[in-house]
Design a protein around this ligand. Structure first.
Ligand SMILES: [Zn+2]
Ligand SMILES: [Zn+2]
Length: 456
């Protein structure tokens, strides 16, 4: 008897996450303390006068933020081509006495501005501004840009002039203009060029159809399979051929069958980009493009390995060769690891604006996409909450959402987000207890991950 292979032991990664999350939710239930009314800061944070000063500054910036929302929306630019958009943002900053560095970290359409003392704690605010080819600001990154610039300018005012009592918080705020979120992992390019050096935490906000404090964002990798067979006359000598299209077809079916055993939040989607030239010739070359997504870094790594096995198995069955290419043209994106301690500050700040962000788990986690902020959030503690600009049933990346990203609701979302990001950053800088909680939580989640080598 000739035995080949043994059943592979299933990875316990997903199960381990479920067990840990259940334990975490139980602990959170036990620890939940009801707030005691309006404006309460029972657990510290920055002094109320300082917070009031940044929030007032954000309100006063409304005309500038409305201008950013409008001007970027009128001239949408895709990934790495945000020449006009980045220039607009740098111009608005300059109007308020802030000199930003355009072309920061080796990317021509990135920019960076700083305020405060680098000897103290440092928090970064990420501003995106790329659009989608063909449908413009259908992801609302014009609103993200206005929120980030607004938050930075509000903090700039308080960090340079202090509040009414002349109090100036310690620490530093860095505004990172991060191009090319859509499909090109611009933040990973910046991070590899040193953009996060000396930064302790990073925050941003994304527009959406609801206010949400914490939603699942899946890790994502790109994959290409190129199958190479032997061409032959499909009628006269088919036995002399080795069919690359058969390999692609079997691999595609293999994904379909794998879905039964995948963790429920894993995703694989594929296209067959090349499948031969003529029916009368056995296909020599077939190319399959895939995206693989998962909720955790380690389950994404598991999924990657199973996809490798599917490609190799299909090649073996068909007598073809397969070339497996991961992440060509874009870096892998890890999922977003949300910091709950920072999220608590964001929620408190949004409630002062009359918004009430939904906590994690209210929206289905199947409503999930991916973002290059994930890689930031595995290097330093971060948050990526959502702010409402449209009706709840309008999806991102649609013409309807693009229209919503230029409405008065988009402007008020930008102002509320600017105030919320600024207040969150201020709490982080001013409250050592909060900083300790943020970093203890980050360490308990596994600490920083070597993003560059994670999938090697
Ligand atoms: Zn998008
Ligand atoms: Zn987006």
């Amino acid at each position: 008897m000739d035995r080949m292979n043994r059943p592979t032991p299933p990875s316990t990664a997903y199960l381990d996450h479920l067990v840990a999350e259940t334990a975490g939710r139980r602990a959170a239930l036990a620890a939940a303390v009801p707030g005691d009314g309006e404006g309460a800061r029972p657990d510290g944070g920055a002094p109320a006068e300082l917070v009031a000063a940044v929030e007032r500054a954000a309100d006063e910036l409304e005309p500038d933020l409305a201008e950013i929302v409008r001007r970027l929306h009128e001239h949408p630019e895709p990934a790495f081509e945000e020449v006009r958009s980045s220039a607009t943002l740098v111009e608005v900053l300059a109007r308020h006495g802030v000199e930003a560095e355009l072309g920061a970290h080796g990317v021509p359409t990135a920019f960076r501005a700083e305020v405060g003392d680098a000897a103290g704690p440092t928090i970064a605010i990420c501003a995106e501004y790329d659009a989608l080819p063909g449908i413009g600001h259908a992801c609302g990154h014009n609103v993200i840009a206005a929120s980030g610039v607004g938050a930075f300018l509000a903090l700039h005012r308080v960090l340079t002039s202090g509040d009414a009592a002349g109090r100036v918080p310690a620490g530093r705020v860095v505004l990172l203009g991060t191009p090319a979120e859509e499909g090109h992992s611009g933040k990973e390019v910046l991070a590899r060029n040193g953009a996060l050096e000396g930064i302790d935490a990073a925050i941003m906000v994304h527009p959406y159809g609801l206010d949400v404090a914490d939603q699942v964002w899946l890790g994502r990798r790109l994959l290409t399979w190129t199958f190479t067979g032997r061409p032959a006359h499909a009628s006269a000598q088919p036995y002399m051929g080795r069919n690359a299209l058969d390999a692609a077809t079997l691999a595609y079916q293999g994904i379909g069958l794998l879905r039964q055993q995948m963790p429920p939040v894993d995703r694989v989607h594929a296209t067959i980009a090349e499948g031969g030239t003529r029916p009368s010739i056995i296909t020599e070359r077939a190319v399959v493009h895939l995206y693989a997504r998962s909720k955790y870094p380690d389950t994404l790594r598991d999924l990657s390995r199973r996809l490798d096995d599917i490609a190799r198995g299909a090649a073996l069955m068909t007598g073809t060769e397969v070339e497996i290419t991961w992440d060509d043209g874009a870096h892998p994106s890890l999922p977003v690891r949300t910091n709950e301690a920072l999220t608590g500050r964001w929620v408190a700040a949004q409630r002062r604006r009359g918004r009430d962000p939904l906590p994690a788990g209210v929206l289905s986690e199947t409503l999930a996409a991916s973002t290059d902020f994930g890689n930031v959030s595995f290097r330093v503690p971060g948050i990526h909450p959502l702010v409402q600009v449209s009706e709840p049933d309008v999806a991102l990346h649609t013409a309807e959402f693009a229209a919503a990203a230029a409405t008065p609701a988009a402007v008020s979302a930008a102002v509320d987000s600017a105030a919320g990001l600024a207040a969150t950053a201020l709490d982080y800088l001013a409250d050592a207890g909060l900083r300790a909680a943020v970093h203890e939580e980050f360490a308990a989640q596994g600490g920083p991950v070597d993003v560059v080598r994670y999938f090697d």
